[in-house]
Design a binder for this molecule. Structure first.
Ligand SMILES: Nc1ncnc2c1ncn2[C@@H]1O[C@H](COP(=O)(O)OP(=O)(O)OP(=O)(O)O)[C@@H](O)[C@H]1O
Ligand SMILES: [Mg+2]
Length: 194
C-alpha cells in the first residue's frame, strides 16, 4: 500500500539519521574519555598535516580545495598531539559540512603579531581556518560552543564544546568570526610558553 510504504521509508530515514547521530555521539564521547598522548614539544604544522589525513578524501570528494600557508619557523609547543589533532579534526569536519562543491578551506599558521585579537606579540601560535561555507548567523554565534547545540540533522553538538575545553585547558583561546552566506574563520591561539 502506498501509504504504508511511504511511512516505512520515512521510518527508515529517521532510523538512519538517529543511527548517524548515535555514531557521532559515540565518536565524540570516545575521544573525550580516551587517554590521550602525554604533552611533548610539538610541531603544530605537522599536527595539522596529520589531522587532515583522515578527512582529505572526503574534502576532495566534496570538491573543497584546501590551501595551507604554514609558517615554517614556528617554535615547538608543549601540548598533547592527540588533543590538538582532535580539535583540528572537529574544525575540519565542520568546515566540510558547511562548504559546498567548489568551496575553499584556507589554513594558516603564524605567530601572534599585533594586539588585534588582544594577544601579545610573539606569545602565541595562531592557527586560522577559514572556509567559504554557509557562515553562521550573528544570533547563532553565541550558541555554537554550547553543548548539544547543533543545526545538523545528525549532529550531536559536542564538537566545538569539546574543542573549546581542550584549547582553554592548555591556556589557549578559540575564536570565531563569520559572515552568513560567505564563510567562517576559526582562530586557535596556543600559548608558546606556560
Ligand atoms: N565552519 C562552520 N560553518 C558554519 N557553521 C558552523 C561551522 N562550525 C560550526 N558551525 C555551527 O555550529 C554548530 C555546532 O558545531 P559542533 O561542531 O559543536 O556540533 P555539530 O557539528 O553540529 O555536531 P558534532 O558534535 O558531530 O560535531 C553546528 O551545528 C553548526 O550550526
Ligand atoms: Mg562538529
Amino acid at each position: 500500500m502506498p501509504t504504508t510504504s511511504c511511512s516505512t521509508a520515512k521510518l527508515l530515514e529517521v532510523a538512519k539519521t538517529e543511527n548517524d547521530r548515535i555514531a557521532n555521539l559515540v565518536r565524540q564521547l570516545t575521544g573525550l574519555y580516551n587517554s590521550t598522548s602525554a604533552p611533548s614539544y610539538t610541531d603544530i604544522n605537522f599536527v595539522i598535516s596529520e589531522a587532515l589525513v583522515p578527512i582529505q578524501g572526503e574534502l576532495i570528494e566534496s570538491g573543497i580545495q584546501v590551501k595551507r600557508t604554514l609558517d615554517s619557523e614556528l617554535p615547538r609547543i608543549f601540548v598533547s598531539t592527540d588533543n590538538v589533532k582532535r580539535v583540528l579534526y572537529n574544525l575540519f569536519l565542520n568546515a566540510k559540512d558547511a562548504t559546498s562543491n567548489g568551496g575553499r578551506l584556507n589554513i594558516t599558521t603564524q605567530l601572534s603579531t599585533s594586539d588585534d585579537i588582544g594577544l601579545a606579540k610573539d606569545k602565541f601560535i595562531l592557527i586560522e581556518m577559514g572556509d567559504t561555507g554557509k557562515g553562521i548567523m550573528p544570533a547563532e554565534i553565541a550558541q555554537i560552543f554550547t553543548p548539544f547545540y547543533s543545526t545538523k540533522e545528525n549532529g550531536v553538538g559536542l564538537g566545538l564544546w569539546i574543542s573549546k575545553r581542550i584549547i582553554e585547558d592548555i591556556g589557549g583561546q578559540i575564536l570565531v568570526r563569520s559572515v552568513a552566506g560567505q564563510g567562517s574563520t576559526f582562530t586557535i591561539a596556543l600559548p608558546i610558553e606556560r
